[in-house]
Design a binder for this molecule. Structure first.
Ligand SMILES: [Zn+2]
Ligand SMILES: [Zn+2]
Ligand SMILES: [Zn+2]
Length: 131
């Protein structure tokens, strides 16, 4: 897919993709850089960031913002919603279908297409409420 869009498949790019495939979770640029540096020690965070932007442009990767931390990345096949606890920063993944009612309403009333994935819903998790 990268090649068919005129991109080059470098060792670093391959390492970024391998990490995203083998660790299907929310990975920050920092975490990804640490993992890529095991293969290519000279890789900087800005190089990884540029690769992630390219992969996002191709629709291979998506990012989310979970609370106040830096953006996190994962493969685009795993789209879901996020509940982010403001106290302990725990993230709960929920099916994108949870948003179908509001997605239908904002589409019908405002012509707006909802992105269920990009921003987390913030609140307080059951544990932090002492339940
Ligand atoms: Zn964003
Ligand atoms: Zn996610
Ligand atoms: Zn919590």
């Amino acid at each position: 897919m990268i090649r068919s869009h005129g991109g080059r498949v470098t060792a670093v790019k391959r390492a970024v993709l391998n990490t995203l495939i083998s660790a299907p979770q929310h990975l920050s640029v920092e975490t990804l850089t640490g993992s890529v540096q095991q293969v290519a020690p000279d890789t900087s965070a800005s190089t990884v960031y540029r690769i992630l932007e390219e992969l996002e442009g191709l629709g291979i990767v998506v990012h989310s913002h979970l609370g106040h931390t830096a953006a996190v990345y994962h493969l685009s096949g795993l789209v879901h919603g996020h509940l982010s606890c403001v106290r302990c920063a725990e993230t709960i993944e929920i099916p994108a279908s949870f948003f179908s009612t509001i997605a239908d309403r904002v589409s019908g009333d405002y012509g707006f297409t909802l992105d269920e994935h990009h921003l987390a819903l913030s609140g307080t998790c059951a544990r932090c409420q002492g339940r």
